[in-house]
Design a protein around this ligand. Structure first.
Ligand code: NAP
Ligand code: ZN
Length: 370
């Protein structure tokens, strides 16, 4: 058994300011990687630049990371970072800028390489990465994964390198700027991480501690997530949502994700569905299939979450995220694509054939006739 989590993680209010010493210890010239707008609005970018300004640390900002960042965007950003000769990368935002920051840190540390190296088995080092998350889903601040969109392959895939951030500075206050939809989608992503890690083929008692704690905490947030209030939840709930996200990230850092994530990449790539929603769509039917092999394990998961039945869980997730419509031809294509991903299929502890995958797709989505 092994448990490995090398990231130095702090979670508290005003985390970046409180831990400026740790942030400044990561390097002497910073390349900041962020999304288009949100980090300016929620204060996370100015929290970081204030620390750098105060210490006279030079930095350059790349604020053009799109949702589900592409290999092309990452390569463009890395070229700017290399030219600036930064010696560490700070990712600020949701999972998209954090994942991009990791891939950029890899390219910047290996100037002789280009983006072709992302999916090649080479022994490459990366520049140190600092992660400041502003959504409560991916846990990218504590995972070694960097999921990129590969337009050439028409899908998304994690790069082949394990890049744990050196430092994660986590502050729930940024979530008070998030829309309810963003909160729900990203919280459902964290739920998917807890569930998929708990039921993963390589699950052991270490990752289970994290998954099970995350599942219990997630159950406690259901009333706040289901609330009709448009205002953001209170500071305590925001901090709890961030905690769940990091705990879930620590769980998948050990096991990786499983079938709902494999299926979600098809839905996000082809229908533009947000990552957390795309994963959430499959959770109930995935649990249903799992229960047909091992009822006890699924009941344990539902109990931790506070649901009395799989149907109560399905109904809660469906009220939170709604549904997506696909055609019969799309269903067949996505089932074929997932069957062509043996490494993801092998994360499921039981044998599953094309029919089983197609059934999960059919039971999770609205399938329209041609
Ligand atoms: P995201 O794609 O990073 O961001 C979604 C949207 O939320 C963007 O429009 C962003 O705006 C906005 N936003 C971010 N923080 C905000 C805040 N505090 N207030 C208001 N708006 C905010 O979303 P995400 O769900 O966190 O990340 C999804 C990506 O992570 C996917 O590519 C997924 O594959 C990946 N992922 C990675 C891991 C991992 O282990 N590394 C795990 C799961 C998923 P701006 O663009 O203006 O910033
Ligand atoms: Zn995810």
């Amino acid at each position: 058994m092994r448990f490995f989590t090398p990231t130095d993680v702090y979670l508290e209010e005003n985390c970046v300011a409180n831990h400026k010493k740790e942030l400044l210890a990561c390097g002497s010239k910073a390349f900041i990687v962020t999304g288009k707008n949100s980090s300016r609005i929620n204060g996370s970018l100015s929290d970081v630049t204030s620390v750098l300004d105060e210490a006279d640390v030079p930095y350059r900002i790349f604020n053009d990371i799109e949702e589900n960042p592409s290999v092309e965007t990452v390569a463009k950003a890395a070229a700017i970072g290399k030219e600036f000769q930064a010696d560490f990368v700070i990712g600020i935002g949701g999972g998209s800028p954090l994942d991009a920051a990791k891939a950029i840190a890899l390219l910047m540390a290996n100037p002789e390489e280009n983006e072709d190296c992302f999916y090649q088995p080479k022994d490459l080092k990366n520049l140190p990465v600092v992660a400041v998350p502003t959504t409560c889903g991916t846990g990218s601040e504590v995972t070694p994964n960097a999921v990129l969109t590969r337009h050439a392959q028409k899908t998304k895939k994690s790069i082949s390198y394990r890049i744990f951030p050196e430092l994660a500075l986590v502050d729930g206050k940024y979530l008070s700027f998030a829309s309810r939809k963003l909160l729900i989608h990203t919280a459902v992503d964290a739920l998917a991480h807890c569930l998929e890690s708990r039921l993963h083929k390589n699950s052991n008692c270490y990752n289970r501690m994290f998954s099970e704690y995350g599942l219990r905490l997630w159950g406690e947030t259901v009333p706040a997530l289901l609330s009709d209030e448009q205002a953001s939840p209170d500071a305590k709930t925001c901090e709890k949502l961030m905690l769940i996200s990091t705990v879930a990230g620590m769980a998948i850092a050990q096991t990786g994700t499983s079938l709902p994530h494999a299926l979600s990449y098809e839905i996000t790539y082809n229908h533009g569905t947000a990552h957390g929603m795309a994963c959430g769509l499959f959770l109930a039917s995935y649990l249903e299939d799992y229960a047909s092999h091992d009822k006890e394990e699924t009941e344990q998961v539902l109990t931790l979450l506070g649901f009395s039945s799989l149907e109560a869980f399905r109904s809660c997730i469906s009220s939170l995220i709604g549904t997506v419509s696909i055609s019969e031809a799309e269903l067949n294509l996505y089932a074929d694509n997932v069957m062509n991903n043996p490494s993801k299929l092998s994360t499921y502890p039981f044998a599953i054939d094309r029919e089983g995958i197609a059934a999960i797709l059919r039971n999770s989505l609205e399938v329209k006739g041609e």
